[in-house]
Design a binder for this molecule. Sequence first.
Ligand code: COA
Length: 260
Amino acid sequence: MELINLLLEIKDNIAVVTVNRPDKLNALNKDTVLELRSVFKELRSNDNIFVIILTGSGEKAFVAGADIKELNQLDVLSAKKFSERGQEVFNYIENMNKPVIAVVNGFALGGGCELALACHIRLASENAKFGQPEVNLGIIPGYGGTQRLARLINSGRAMEYILTGDMIDANEAFRLGLVNHVYPQSELLTKAMEMAQKIVSKGQQAIRFAIKAVNVVDQVSAKEGQNYEASLFALCCGTEDFKEGTSAFLEKRKPDFKNK
Ligand code: COA
């Protein structure tokens, strides 16, 4: 696959996907959204990839939103398609069969904030700034932001940020639970790689089942969620990884997971 707006690096079971339009602060034009879809589809079926890191090029922006030049051309019909396409790609990322870590190295605004919200874990640099400034443009978030932000930081807080368009700095994002950790810019990628390597060292069957279980939390009742958890827990116990993990503990050695 030829990548124009993304960079893809693969090393030791970890893929680093970088949105690469630094002169436009990595704004998501249509082609970039379609490339994201292609690259995540490819990574999904690549059994050698266990963890994906998603970041932006340069030191200023993760993604500064949807491309406003393209937004400016939308009418009612094309806007519906635009929103649905972005939602579909971001849902695909959220439902990936391997963890996706957003490495937010600067502005994560509009579609950029929504992209980070669709990832499983968010790490931010000290200069990161989140926000849903769409009201400044006469629109609302259209890539899932009204829903995911409200679920993550509660609807009252999300409502404030969506109605004012105010930016959220990294420390406030941490306080709100919007990001898991904040690091100096120079350490951010290293810290993300350390987290990714830690996840790579686990049994990957369990990692996949864990993502599935946590991901249904907003979609089903507590009872249904627990039933689903029990089913996935049971499936874990049918894997070689389970035998290896528990045996290694009892034999006081490190597990050698085959991810089967
Ligand atoms: N879409 C298209 N182009 C964008 C963009 C976006 N979302 N965000 C930034 N850019 C472009 C700018 O137009 C500029 O391009 P140019 O050099 O060809 O004029 C370039 O990226 C650099 O941005 P600039 O505004 O000069 O940087 P800044 O440091 O002064 O401001 C921001 C940074 C992020 C505050 C500002 O770019 C901004 O507000 N961007 C839009 C954010 C937004 O509303 N996102 C939601 C869209 S739904």
